[in-house]
Design a protein around this ligand. Structure first.
Ligand code: ARG
Length: 583
């Protein structure tokens, strides 16, 4: 089904053309306030200005010709020339019936010809624990992938790429130590130990140039394929990746080992990046380093800012790998669209990399390159979220704590549930709360990590939305309702009560919201929507008896409940959050 907003937009646009001969947008949007109806066309004022006409008169001419009588009451003109639309209850009932019958896609059409899309997210580094910074990339990237997968209607068009940091000097530092007999005798190869080695090596290198040489040598050995070094490197990668996979599983994130294509994968493609840039006459030497200068990038002092692609000692950089990765993604993975989900501090890096591949012609106009930057996670004091001793908070510990805290809440609310059920509810609520809190903020803003707020059962939180699902399920259980039977029948919903109508309108906006979120990559619009829906359901539930109503109202209301549960479950699913039947 075409979203309501698009149907209205199309009709307004065609009447604008008829009346004025102009191709101009109607700018139809849902209204903020129900007193202006359900949707509003805002485009007339701008058009009138352009045509030097009176905007109210123009709005009147358009309304006179506009036929929306199948779906709306007579449109009204408001203010300087807004056109307000109020949907007819019969039509809403009809649309809702259609949406309910489409069990697969809830009445939402897939996009025509979706682009093959690479989503680069998570990207943890080997020999380091994932920390709360990686939480955001992982959670946001997973949600973007899920939403696009649904919107595209074709999972093959989505390619998840986990660009892990598994190459370069950092690896040399780790494997140099793993090499020493003493270390191996005293340590098992665990992630904790690897991380310790890495930190220690960093410390050593600071005041000991000799050892820094050793690290470099180890790196060179690894990069030239030395068997021993490669063996240690593989082991370190395996141990680190296994730890990541455990976290992905705990988080319910759809990333597997098959999605890993780390920096090392591009190692043999870096020399040709340099030589091709050289052939294209894009390289210049600056202080012995190979650089690319592009228009529009300046240092603070107004000097041209270089993208360094090779250091004077021949070493390649993070950017070089990203250049190679784009070439691979465009040429081999056949990507039409590449999306990077990293923190906002990498904004300039991606701007420069994108500009460089455009200039080199490695990504043509038909390829879209997007960076989705996000802000930092802050503690209650408004400073970066760290442990009391100032260390990065390990993701593993954070997720365990989420589970424990949720477990305590479940224990208080529902002490009589069987233990394993309490466990699974605690998992869904705890992890759901952490993810929801992360997603419900505008991506680019920093947000404060606040356990009490995210686990609250009221407000814009996962538990509140999850609870609305459990509540509907409770009705079905209480009434002993056979859902298959309920929706199989030949029904046509009728809506009368204002609360039924507001709930139905919101339910029917779901497709619009999914489309907007998918187009703009702004997950918080989906959490906002689910929160509104949960509230509308609450309003409906308080004033409209369901099981006690006479037929056919009982069936209509049950169907409203049913669709609410479906949309909540589906929406949470796009956010990678579990809906639960009991809380
Ligand atoms: N490993 C990087 C980090 O921890 C993230 C990688 C992002 N992806 C990319 N293609 N650069 O910040």
């Amino acid at each position: 089904m075409k979203p309501i907003v698009d149907i209205l937009e199309e009709r307004v646009v065609s009447v604008i053309a008829e009346v004025t001969g102009e191709v101009a947008p109607g700018v139809v949007k849902p209204t903020q306030d129900a007193k202006f109806g359900d949707y509003q066309a805002n485009g007339i004022m701008g058009l009138a200005k352009k045509l030097k006409q009176n905007s109210r008169q123009l709005a009147q001419q358009i309304v006179d010709k506009l036929d929306v009588s199948d779906m709306c009451a007579e449109p009204e003109i408001a203010g300087p020339g807004f056109i307000n639309f109020r949907l007819k209850p019969e039509w809403l009932g009809f649309r809702l019936t259609e949406a309910i019958k489409d069990k697969e896609r809830l009445g939402i059409d897939p996009l025509d010809n979706p682009p093959t899309t690479v989503i680069d997210f998570s990207g943890p580094n080997i020999a380091k624990q994932m920390h709360v910074g990686h939480l955001r990339s992982t959670v946001i990237g997973d949600v973007i992938a899920r939403i696009l997968e649904f919107w595209y209607g074709d999972a093959k068009k989505i390619i998840r790429q986990n660009h892990i940091g598994d190459w370069g000097l950092q690896m040399g530092m780790v494997i140099f130590s793993m090499h020493t007999k003493k270390w191996r005798e005293e340590n098992n190869i665990t992630l904790d130990n690897l991380e310790h080695v890495y930190r220690h090596a960093n410390e050593l290198a600071k005041n000991n140039p000799g050892i820094a040489e050793n690290f470099k040598q180890s790196t060179v050995n690894l990069q030239s394929g030395d068997e021993k070094e490669t063996g240690y490197w593989k082991k370190a990668c395996e141990v680190s990746l296994n730890a990541c996979m455990e976290i992905y599983q705990q988080l319910g994130v759809k990333l597997t080992l098959e999605d890993v294509r780390g920096e090392s994968f591009y190692a043999d493609k870096l020399p040709s990046v340099i030589s091709d840039l050289s052939v294209a006459k894009m390289l210049s030497e600056s202080d012995g380093a190979q650089c690319v200068f592009m228009d529009g990038f300046k240092t603070k002092d107004g000097e041209p800012l270089p993208l360094i692609v090779q250091k004077s000692d021949g070493a390649y950089l993070y950017a070089t790998t990203d250049l190679a990765a784009i070439r691979f993604r465009v040429n081999e993975l056949r990507a039409d669209r590449i999306i990077y989900v990293t923190d906002a501090r990498q904004k300039l890096h991606f701007e420069m990399v994108f500009s460089c591949v455009r200039k080199a012609g490695w990504a043509g106009e038909n390829v879209t390159l997007e960076h989705v930057p996000f802000g930092s996670v802050l503690g209650n004091d408004g400073r970066p979220f760290k442990t009391r001793s100032g260390e990065n908070i390990k993701l593993r510990d954070l997720l365990d704590e989420a589970h424990q805290r949720a477990r305590k809440i479940v224990e208080e609310k529902n002490p009589d549930l069987p233990a394993d059920q309490k466990e699974s509810i605690a998992q869904a609520v705890g992890i759901g709360a952490v993810k929801y809190a992360d997603l419900s903020n505008n991506l680019v803003s920093d947000y404060i990590f606040d356990w009490d707020r995210m686990l609250a059962f009221d407000g814009n939180t996962a538990p509140y939305v999850q609870y609305s699902y459990a509540r509907v399920d409770g009705i079905f259980k209480k009434g002993n309702i056979d859902l298959d039977n309920l929706i199989q029948g030949d029904f046509h919903i009728e809506l009368n009560d204002p609360k039924e109508l507001s709930l139905a309108k919101l339910l029917l906006r779901y497709g619009e919201v999914v489309e907007t979120v998918a187009r703009d990559l702004r997950p918080h619009l989906l959490t906002n929507y689910l929160f509104d829906l949960a509230q509308a359901y609450s309003g409906f539930f308080e004033t409209c008896p369901v099981l006690k109503s006479p037929e056919p109202v009982k069936t209509y209301r049950l169907l409203l409940c049913y669709q609410t549960a479906r949309v909540v479950e589906h929406g949470l699913g796009l956010l990678g959050i579990q809906a639960i039947e009991q809380m």
